[in-house]
Design a protein around this ligand. Structure first.
Ligand code: NAP
Length: 252
């Protein structure tokens, strides 16, 4: 019988994992990738793709049971705290093995001017006091904290056009999808005369270039600290996830 694997996705790693599992297990696996449905133009993913929330932690528990899911791989973004907590809860409740595929944290350059803050409100308060031109790479949902900050120009990077206008006084939007490279990042920050970069401390290679670029041009970096992961198994990297899955299958 096929092993039914649910990948909680919405990241480049989750798509890479779906490909790796498809290659590794072929017909032996039924791979389902789950997306929240926040972005419209999602790159192709091997296997089945389902879109939309489960209806909270109990909805996800019910889904795991109803669909006879054998394994759950949480490959969501490090800041997608709710779905990760729901996955940990649902796995515990149903007894379905679950693992968190964790993105490696960034190792910041020694000469960078970086400041870690707990949340967007703290970041916005520092921006209001110290910045002129800010590069905001925080996604569409967190912009409200930066509304009504006078005399600051925001360069906001997003993947897709937002449904509503950003709630900022003075801004421009740049549309782009990672990965990014250091030359382009540096050019962009120089072009816009950026003095502060605000970003989630998401980790991973695909977006690290902005940290190096900001360091090279002498811009200050405000990093929102990662939320702690829920309890349970953690692996880093696609190979680690595949190994965890191989071991878990042998124990099913
Ligand atoms: P979140 O706050 O942790 O989750 C909010 C709700 O969205 C969840 O309770 C769940 O709804 C639904 N949801 C989230 N991820 C889902 C998934 N993979 N499949 C099905 N439902 C999902 O999540 P978020 O921070 O809004 O992120 C949403 C998605 O975007 C995630 O899949 C994440 O990987 C991706 N993403 C997030 C960020 C970020 O900075 N947060 C950045 C890049 C990509 P129900 O309770 O109804 O099940």
């Amino acid at each position: 019988m096929k092993t039914k694997m649910l990948i909680l996705g919405g990241t480049a790693e989750s798509r890479q994992l779906a490909s790796a599992l498809d290659k590794r297990f072929g017909d032996g696996a039924h791979i389902i990738s789950s997306l929240a449905g926040r972005t419209k133009n999602v790159p192709a993913i091997p296997g089945e793709v389902r879109v939309g929330g489960f209806g909270g932690k109990d909805g996800l528990s019910a889904y795991l049971k109803k669909e006879n899911i054998n394994l759950v791989i949480d490959a969501t973004h490090p800041f997608a705290e709710q779905i990760s907590n729901n996955a940990a809860y649902a796995a515990n409740k149903t007894g379905v093995p679950r693992v968190l595929l964790q993105r490696p944290s960034w190792r910041l350059p020694e000469n960078c001017d970086a400041l870690f803050v707990p949340d967007m409100v703290e970041a916005a308060s520092i921006v209001a006091r110290t910045a002129r031109k800010v590069f905001l790479t925080i996604g569409v949902n967190e912009l409200a904290a930066f509304s009504h900050i006078p005399k600051v120009h925001f360069v906001v990077r997003m993947i897709e056009q937002p449904e509503t206008e950003p709630p900022l006084d003075d801004f421009e939007i740049i549309y782009a999808r990672p990965p990014f490279n250091i030359n382009d990042e540096q050019k962009l920050m120089r072009q816009h005369d950026i003095d502060v970069l605000v970003t989630k401390a998401s980790g991973g290679a695909a977006t690290f270039a902005k940290i190096e670029a900001a360091t090279n041009i002498g811009a200050r970096i405000i990093l929102i600290r990662r939320p702690p992961p829920p309890d349970g198994d953690i692996v880093s990297g696609i190979d680690g996830a595949v190994k965890w899955i191989e071991k878990s299958i042998s124990l099913l």
